[in-house]
Design a protein. Structure first.
Length: 296
């Protein structure tokens, strides 16, 4: 009589061999990275252009922050991703170069006012719809015009509008990371007033440094659950690794202790002596962040 244990293991081996041929992408599991590195497409001069995925791959980034496009005096973002065909092309291109879409960004609100523009909430809603269609879970919304540090009277308006945004984000099951120049303690007050897990902070180290605050102290004030993403670069001067104002090993130790994980986004920190060299600047910053946060 044939040994049943032998038959079992022969069958198991046969199934494993078949899986290697039929599903090679699943043959070996890749260790999930706790921290991943992304770059902003508008800063690498590829704002919502297909070439951003190839360039991000060449830079060595794990992902790219895809912008919604310009706004200016338009009624809507200059957003190609409203078209079904373009969304398919973008997703295929991202898959081709193995670059994730870390974020859908609304960088136009660096210039536009979320507090003053009458249709601001509607516009954020179009970004949320794009996030849903592109299957991107995190969005980026800068609220820096007006600066709430010098114009705190707009805070109540911002909170009211974010409550409206929160309803849309919750329904779409996405998170909007808001960025402001205010301190972590003041931002926490806004987040608590909004009261939604779908509205979190995008922490910008450049804003913290310009406000003469300590990065690690601010991170602790936010806490693990209030941070969507972290923009880890500084203003243009030197690469991150050469910047005495950013202690990345200390930042990592702080985040490790907090138990946070997510996207680290490089926005600037370009060498002012060679500011237009995209691959060199962003490649150096991405490589350094990976050496610190991923051990590469």
């Amino acid at each position: 009589m044939k040994n049943t244990n032998t038959s079992f293991w022969q069958a198991a081996l046969f199934m494993l061999v078949c899986s290697l041929f039929l599903f090679p992408e699943n043959a070996f599991s890749v260790k999930k990275q706790r921290y991943k590195v992304s770059v902003c497409d508008w800063m690498i001069l590829k704002r919502q252009k297909l070439g951003e995925f190839k360039l991000a791959s060449e830079i060595g980034a794990d992902g790219v922050t895809v912008d919604m496009g310009g706004l200016g005096t338009r009624e809507n973002f200059d957003n190609k991703l409203v078209e079904d065909s373009m969304r398919v092309i973008f997703r295929n291109e991202a898959a081709k170069y193995k670059v994730e879409m870390s974020t859908i960004a609304m960088s136009a609100f660096y210039g536009q006012s979320f507090a003053k523009r009458p249709d601001a909430v509607r516009l954020v809603g179009t970004a949320i719809e794009t996030m849903k269609l592109m299957k991107v879970k995190e969005g980026f919304l800068p609220i820096e015009n007006p600066n709430l540090v010098t114009s705190p009277e707009f805070t109540s308006t911002v909170i009211a509008r974010l409550k409206e945004v929160a309803k849309m984000a919750e329904k779409a099951k996405v998170v909007i990371g808001i960025q402001s120049q205010i301190s972590a303690s003041e931002m926490v007050k806004i987040l608590d007033a909004v009261g939604s897990r779908s509205i979190k902070a995008t922490v910008n180290s450049a804003n913290i440094i310009s406000g003469n605050r300590d990065i690690c102290s601010e991170l602790k004030v936010f806490g693990k659950n209030r941070i969507a993403q972290i923009h880890v670069s500084n203003t243009d001067s030197v690469w991150i690794q050469n910047d005495p104002k950013i202690d990345m090993p200390k930042v990592k130790a702080t985040l490790d202790k907090m138990g946070w994980s997510g996207w680290l986004v490089v926005e600037r920190s370009r060498d002012v002596k060679d500011v237009h060299n995209v691959k060199k600047n962003y490649g150096a910053n991405a490589a350094y962040l990976k050496s610190v946060f991923q051990g590469k």
